[in-house]
Structure formats: structure tokens, C-alpha cells
Design a protein around this ligand. Structure first.
Ligand code: N01
Length: 531
């Protein structure tokens, strides 16, 4: 591709999406530059270094599959990989495929503006530099912009303030400190047991309790690894055929199709297996409220077995739909509340009023701390787009286009923003499937599309508005069928005050989605205008 641009493509973000995008584009001979805000690569695994951080998708599946050599040579040590091990893996990939030379770290993209005259993107970097490229690929991640609630008086607090998603790289020693954790999502559930072991006292502020299934993490058995590696492609194919893009044993019958004793037995079996696969015990747990209630009751009973104080157990046991908010995976979370140095404060009715110099207050009562950990999650899925000043045709800001919620065609493109691709954008399965699997599918699709355009001498691709509208409608229809759309979660912007409540990921399942993307490509990119 020859043009007057600095690059054929710029990629924003050097997480797993940006790394693979760079690898593929360079392999096809494009001039590419990746810009990364962090001082290192790895995206979410670069920033989320809080104590106990691990992936809750099994390590043998939470990894790239594009290179057989890579997946054969890399050795994961545990069933669920720790954050440092995943970051080592990202570094290994970057070195193995010589990616670093085209990645510019410590560089935030402040603005991306489409120039209609030349069909190019103009990116303004935080240092003031401007670069141009035919294609702009947003590899921003779905959970990259932290949500830090704007509590009054926080600036007066004299203690240390941390956010799980922006953890200090040198680590934090909580020994002899009085610590608060705000939030009880996945990050909190992983970090609380570890912080409790160190801190003098830990107080957890819980607005909504969460369901968590034990991880039963353990070192990987060499025989199991050998068996997977003997047919890695087979495992990947089985995973690809699953709604979630992850393979695990699951049942394809209703919770109502068995009697109560059999149902308990099946839940017990899935509980013993542990992790996210618990929701695979029956195939109607996320669509039938009464089926779901049987699973929720089972897990509530388990929580009551783990927590010695019945009143505390009641507070920790959610009365809601299991799996509506993202299911958590834990290692000793509920048992942590049996410790003498751990207190739970329920802020579901009386919210945190605000901060003082020495701590925070709830309903006027003071709670004093040396350190506060915000485990308050992310401005999910759209937050990383809206903090960049992205402008498309006629100078239209993306923020304005997405005012009432994100609108995309297949989560890959959005009408009015030609030549801008998103990796795992809103409207694609992304966070409802295994991220690396969905990243590879998106990257491959985008690179094929660019190749198609290159072969035909085309320089502009844009989603057709009518096809985008139809896709958004389909995404919404699919969400409406799932119990997942019925509670306030980050899937629908629930954690951010003022965000429109729109279920953002595509819940129709990975296989249907892949089929749709493939059929669009096979029909000369139906639903896109190419010029
Ligand atoms: O964030 P969250 P997270 N006052 O949004 C509470 C992935 N992940 O970082 O539920 C008091 O889930 C909020 O309360 P509520 C995974 O996909 C994966 O934990 O809104 N509390 C909630 O309890 C996960 O789902 C892994 O009522 C406030 C918590 O903060 C996603 O990241 C590990 C509050 C936020 O929970 C996000 O997880 C970690 C306020 N003003 C994360 N505002 C693994 O792979 C918010 N909260 C293992």
C-alpha cells in the first residue's frame, strides 16, 4: 500500500489485541505503529496488579492459538494463571515475534480525527505529535478505564488511595495498616483474602453481594498438559463451538428436567469442578428465572456453610439472579469474613457519605483507615473510547453518536467513522466469551478485510447505517432474552452514574457471531460501503 500517510495503520493499545494486530499487519507487509499509554505492554494485565490478581479462564485456554509453536512451547504453571505469569507470557510473545520495535510506549492518543479529503486518520498524541494513517484500529480493551466514584472529600483523606485497576508497580505492603476495600466484584473477591492476611484490620464496604464459585486452583498436571498439547487444535475447535468460546464440560438439558435430588447432585459435581463452568450445570440457567433460582439457592447454601456468623452469611449471600452480574471465582473469599481482623459494612441502603481526613463515613458513622482500596471496577466497554476525542465524517464526535449507548456494526465498525476498526468493540461477544479467542477472530477478520481492499484498490470502508441499525436491534433482542440484562451490572453501564442503560456485548453466542462475520466477508463485505 503506498500513500502519503505516515503509516498504513495505527493501532491504539498494546494489550493482547494490539499485539496480535501488529503481528498480523506486519506479516502482510503494512507499515504499522502501535501506541500504548502504559510504560509496558500487556494491557489489562499490565495495570491490574492488585494482590491475588489472576485470570478466571483456565490458562490452557486463555492464550493465543495463532501459532502452534507458541502454544506448544509456553508452559503455564497453574490451572488459573497469575497476573505476573500472564504478563510474562505477553512479554514472551512480544519478544518471540519481535513486536517491540513497532510499539511506542508511554504515549496516549488524545484525539483521532478522520480526514474525509484523503480518507486518512489523523492522530494527535499527548506529546503534541501528529501522525496519519489509512486505518485506525482501536485495540482499547473492554475494561481499561477505571471507575473511581467521586466521593465528596476524597481529596482531604490523608491515607493512601489505591484502585485495583491502577495498582502501583512496586506493590503495596499493608502490614500493620487499617485498610478499607470498597466494592465486592471480581477484583475485590480476589484481593480481599490476600489483603486480609497482611492488614492489621480490613473493612469491606459492600453495596451488592456477589456470587462466587471456588477456583480450586492447583498446579497443572504434566499429563493433562501433555494430553492437551497432543491435540491443542482439537481443544481450540471445541472451544470455538461454544457460546463462550471456552470449552468445559456442560449439560444440555434443563434444570427442570431432573428431580430435586438429581439437581443437587449435578450442582455438587459442578461446584467440585469449580470456576465459571458452574453455569454449565444446566442449559437454561441464564434464560429461565426459576431454573436460575435453583442454582442461586444451591450457592447461597454453600455460602452459609462457609461463613460462621449467620447474620454475616445473610449479608454476603446474594438474593439475586446468579450470573446476572458476572459470576466471580474465588479462593477463600467467604471464609475470610470468619477472621477477627475483617469487618463487613453494608452500604446497600446507607451509601458512603464521603471521606474525611482520617477515613470515610456511612450514615454519619466514622470508619478510619490508613489506606483505601477502590475495587470499584471500570467504565466498561465504552469508557476507553469516550476519553479519546474521536471524530468521524463532518467532524461528528463519537461521544455524540454514542450518547444514547454504543452503536456498531458487528462491534467492528461504526457508521460515520470510515476506516476505523474496533477489536472486541461493543456489539461483539467480547467479554461474554474468552477474550483472547475473540481478539484473534476480530484481528483475522479485519486483516482479511484490509487485504480484500488492497487487492481491489479500495481505500475506504464504512458500515452502512441501515445494517448497523439492524445489528444493534439484533444485539438488543438477544440481550432481552437473557436474564443477564435484568440487573444493574457493568455489562449495561450500571456502575457509571448517568450512563444510558444499554446491554453492550453481543449475547447471541460466539459461533453465531463468527458465522455472521464470515458470511458478511463472503458476500463482499455486505453491510459495508467500500470505495
Ligand atoms: O469491577 P465490578 P471489578 N459505592 O464492576 C462496587 C473482570 N475481572 O474490577 O455491584 C460502593 O465487577 C460495585 O457495587 P455494585 C471481570 O469481567 C476479571 O471487580 O455496583 N460500591 C461492585 O461491587 C469482572 O466482572 C478477573 O452495587 C461501589 C464493585 O464496586 C470485571 O473485570 C478479575 C460504588 C465493582 O465491581 C470487573 O470487575 C478481576 C460505590 N459508589 C476482574 N461504585 C478475573 O479474570 C462501585 N461499587 C479473575
Amino acid at each position: 500500500m503506498t500513500s502519503a500517510t505516515d503509516f498504513d495503520a495505527v493501532v491504539v493499545g498494546a494489550g493482547f489485541a494490539g499485539l496480535y494486530m501488529l503481528h498480523r499487519l506486519r506479516g502482510e507487509g503494512y507499515r504499522v505503529r502501535v501506541y500504548e499509554a502504559g510504560a509496558g505492554i500487556g494491557g489489562t494485565w499490565y495495570w491490574n496488579r492488585y494482590p491475588g490478581a489472576r485470570c478466571d479462564v483456565e490458562s490452557m485456554q486463555y492464550s493465543y492459538q495463532f501459532s502452534e509453536e507458541l502454544q506448544q512451547e509456553w508452559e503455564w504453571s497453574e490451572k488459573y494463571a497469575t497476573q505476573p505469569e500472564i504478563l510474562d507470557y505477553a512479554e514472551h510473545v512480544a519478544e518471540r515475534f519481535d513486536l517491540h520495535r513497532d510499539i511506542q510506549l508511554n504515549t496516549t492518543v488524545a484525539a483521532a480525527v478522520y480526514d474525509e479529503g484523503g480518507d486518512v486518520w489523523r492522530l494527535e498524541l499527548d506529546g503534541g505529535d501528529v501522525v496519519t494513517a489509512r486505518y485506525c484500529v482501536m485495540a482499547l480493551g473492554c475494561l481499561s478505564t477505571t471507575n473511581k466514584p467521586d466521593f465528596p472529600g476524597l481529596e482531604d483523606f490523608q491515607g493512601a488511595v489505591y484502585h485495583t485497576g491502577e495498582w502501583p508497580h512496586e506493590g503495596v505492603d499493608f502490614t500493620s495498616r487499617r485498610v478499607a476495600v470498597i466494592g465486592t466484584g471480581s477484583s475485590a473477591i480476589q484481593s480481599i483474602p490476600v489483603i486480609a492476611e497482611q492488614a492489621e484490620h480490613l473493612t469491606v464496604f459492600q453495596r451488592t453481594p456477589n456470587f462466587a464459585i471456588p477456583a480450586w486452583n492447583a498446579p497443572l498436571e504434566p499429563d493433562e498438559v501433555r494430553a492437551i498439547k497432543a491435540d491443542y487444535a482439537g481443544l481450540r475447535a471445541k472451544a470455538k463451538a461454544r457460546q463462550t468460546g471456552v470449552y468445559f464440560l456442560s449439560n444440555e438439558f434443563s434444570a427442570h428436567s431432573v428431580n430435586a435430588a438429581e439437581r443437587e447432585g449435578i450442582y455438587e459435581e459442578f461446584w467440585t469442578r469449580g470456576g465459571l463452568s458452574f453455569l454449565g450445570a444446566f442449559d437454561d440457567l441464564l434464560v429461565d428465572e426459576t431454573a436460575n433460582a435453583t442454582a442461586a439457592a444451591f450457592v447461597r447454601a454453600k455460602i452459609r456453610e462457609k461463613v460462621a456468623n449467620p447474620a454475616l452469611a445473610d449479608l454476603l449471600a446474594p438474593q439475586t439472579i446468579i450470573g446476572c452480574k458476572r459470576l466471580c471465582v474465588d479462593s477463600g473469599y467467604f471464609e475470610t469474613f470468619n477472621r477477627d481482623n475483617v469487618t463487613l459494612v453494608d452500604v446497600s441502603e446507607d451509601a458512603i457519605d464521603g471521606f474525611t481526613a482520617s477515613g470515610l463515613t456511612v450514615a454519619g458513622a466514622a470508619h478510619n483507615f490508613d489506606a483505601v482500596v477502590f475495587a470499584t471496577g471500570f467504565d466498561a466497554m465504552t469508557g476507553s473510547f469516550t476519553r479519546i476525542d474521536i471524530r468521524g465524517r463532518d467532524g461528528l464526535p463519537l461521544n455524540r453518536k454514542w450518547e444514547a449507548g454504543p452503536r456498531t456494526y458487528l462491534g467492528l465498525c461504526t457508521a460515520g467513522f470510515p476506516n476505523m476498526f474496533m477489536i472486541t468493540g461493543p456489539g461483539s461477544p467480547s467479554v461474554l466469551a474468552s477474550m483472547i479467542q475473540t481478539i484473534e477472530q476480530h484481528v483475522d477478520w479485519i486483516v482479511d478485510c484490509m487485504g480484500h481492499m488492497r487487492d481491489k484498490g479500495q481505500v475506504m470502508i464504512e458500515a452502512e447505517l441501515a445494517d448497523e441499525d439492524a445489528w444493534v436491534e439484533h444485539v438488543n433482542e438477544a440481550a432481552a432474552k437473557s436474564l443477564r440484562s435484568t440487573c444493574s451490572s457493568w455489562y449495561l453501564g450500571g456502575s457509571i452514574p448517568g450512563r444510558p442503560r444499554v446491554f453492550m456485548p453481543y449475547i447471541g453466542g460466539f459461533p453465531i457471531y463468527v458465522e455472521k462475520c464470515d458470511s458478511v466477508a463472503a458476500a463482499d463485505y455486505a453491510g459495508f460501503r467500500l470505495a
